[in-house]
Design a protein around this ligand. Structure first.
Ligand code: SIN
Length: 523
């Protein structure tokens, strides 16, 4: 099947949906593809803490300074400035006034601003402790109501470029440009060709490459891997942020314990009840994430324990009862036998967010013509070496909007006849049947390699070991990819090994510890 759209958006989190909504409102015919069956499945859906919004106590200078201190001044200054000036008001102008989201309020009916680590003022709005699903569900309803088309259960395999795919030899003498993408319909196995002069990647992050992660298993770096193969610039891949507090539980995996618990008073302690954060930073429990994650990791190593604890019940300073303010965390932990109002929660640090990605400018444009990237998959440079909490949803909101505006302004469209030179996906004659166990085994090997050798604390020896292990896996996985019947899980596995190698190579090259890239053998 060959389909044509003015714009294609891959990924359905806040960045992709915002971009699609603005494209549609600007009169473009837009389709959103997601590899998941349920459109809402995205990292956005699982965001707990909240989103920075304008507040009377705040100023763009103060926000600039908090973002750049957390990012160790590695941030792209003009992007931070652009963000601080333009993004916070969008929460009210777009999410509240247009989409109709009702964020949590105090008992006197005012917006309830909360706090998180490394913020100088309370500037984060939230919906209890499940802000992400509220935003995600509301955006989907709105996008559907204005006629955005959705293709759920469609796994994008590769970006189409004239240079890589055209059968017209003249195309290689033209500048390289993106012309669409190939996507697998998961249920039928059909590979469709989607054409467009505007492809927006909004595929999220890479958390699933690590053994412990707060991300769902679909966070396999698909967009970065496709953009890399197509020839786009990828930067800052060593800056993988680890969240200090992921629930440590035998049965409940990948469940975040939001930083806003510490914003509302919670303190970290060890198995003997010793609250140790002041030993690592003057800012104590509210030190930037990288500092807290390393402190917990260090304490675990020193004491030989598998986890540390977070005590909310004893220190909570919020107005509403814990059961209401942190309703999702309370009920999830209770299902696992932990009452957070009465006892400390076992926690471990876990891979959470990629600060690097596909290099984009202030308009969301990548280095490759017709290719855009928004949200976690993109590197706008605002996070530098470490992201300030609650900036990511807002970054998606701002760049989703400006990217749509840029596409509209550009008004470029590839002549229809040029698409005729793009063939349908070539189906290889496959010899291997899809075997979920093999995939699972390879994925687990990658996750352990990344966690042990390219995780919270890194050194040359470990990174070299990771590099050679990944080379070995990569060789086998690429062979398997070519010989097997194509399947979503194989596409994800290929992307995972590509992205893991990019992270390890970037971490090896960069010998300077800064933010979330920490080298124990720094020279
Ligand atoms: C959290 O709620 O702790 C996560 C917020 C974020 O990653 O920005």
């Amino acid at each position: 099947m060959r389909l044509h759209y003015d714009a294609l958006v891959v990924g359905s989190g806040i960045a992709g949906l915002t971009c699609a909504v603005h494209l549609k409102k600007n009169g473009l015919n837009v389709a959103v593809l997601t590899k998941e069956d349920d459109i809402c499945q995205s990292n956005t859906y699982y965001a707990q803490g909240g989103i920075i919004a304008s507040s009377h106590e705040d100023s763009h200078e103060l926000l600039n300074s908090d973002i750049t201190s957390a990012g160790v001044e590695y941030n792209r200054k003009e992007a931070v400035d652009f963000f601080s000036k333009n993004a916070p008001s969008l929460v009210f102008d777009f999410l509240v006034d247009e989409i109709g989201i009702d964020f949590s309020k105090t008992s006197d009916g005012q917006i309830d601003y909360t706090e998180e680590a490394a913020h100088s003022v309370r500037r984060i709005v939230h919906y209890e402790d499940h802000t992400g699903d509220k935003i995600e569900d509301s955006l989907i309803v709105y996008a559907k109501s204005i006629g955005v088309e959705f293709f759920p259960s469609h796994t994008t395999i590769d970006i189409i470029t004239n240079e890589h795919h055209s059968t017209d030899r003249q195309e290689i003498y033209k500048p390289r440009e993106v012309m669409g993408l190939y996507a697998l319909e998961n249920s039928t196995g059909e590979i469709k060709t989607f054409f467009s002069s505007n492809v927006v990647l909004a595929t999220g992050g890479v958390g699933n490459l690590f053994y412990h992660s707060t991300n769902p298993s679909f966070a396999t770096g698909d967009g970065i891997s496709m953009a890399y193969r197509a020839g786009a610039d990828i930067i800052n891949m060593e800056y993988v942020q680890f969240h200090p507090t992921c629930l440590y539980h035998r049965d409940i995996k990948r469940f975040l314990i939001s930083e806003s618990l510490r914003g509302e008073g919670a303190r970290i302690c060890d198995h003997d009840g010793v609250e140790f954060m002041k030993e690592y930073s003057e800012m104590g429990d509210l030190a930037p994430r990288d500092v807290v994650a390393r402190a917990i990791y260090d304490r675990m190593a020193r004491t030989g324990k598998d986890c540390m604890f977070l005590n909310l019940g004893k220190y909570y300073k919020g107005e509403k009862p814990i059961e209401e303010r942190f309703s999702k965390i309370y009920s999830t932990c209770l299902k696992g036998g932990i009452d957070i109002t009465k006892e400390p929660v076992p926690i471990v640090p876990a891979a959470h967010y990629l600060c690097g990605g596909i290099r984009v400018d202030l308009n969301g444009e990548t280095s490759l013509k017709n290719l855009y990237a928004v949200g976690e998959v993109a590197c706008t440079g605002i996070h530098g070496a470490n992201r300030l909490a609650s900036t990511s949803l807002l970054e998606g909101l701002l760049w989703g909007k400006v990217t749509a505006e840029e596409i509209k302004k550009k008004e470029y469209s590839i002549e229809k006849s040029r698409y005729d030179s793009i063939p349908d996906w070539e189906r290889a004659v496959y010899t291997e049947e899809f075997d979920p166990l093999l995939i699972e085994q390879d994925m687990r090997a990658i996750q352990l390699t990344m966690w042990n050798y390219a995780g919270i604390i890194r050194n040359t020896k470990g990174l070299k070991r990771a590099e050679s292990d990944l080379d070995y896996h990569s060789h086998r996985i690429m062979k398997f990819y070519k010989e097997s019947k194509i399947h979503k899980k194989i596409v994800e596995l290929r992307n995972s090994v590509v992205i893991s190698s990019l992270i390890v190579k970037a971490a090896l090259r960069n010998r300077v510890s800064a933010g979330c890239h920490y080298r124990s053998d720094e020279k």
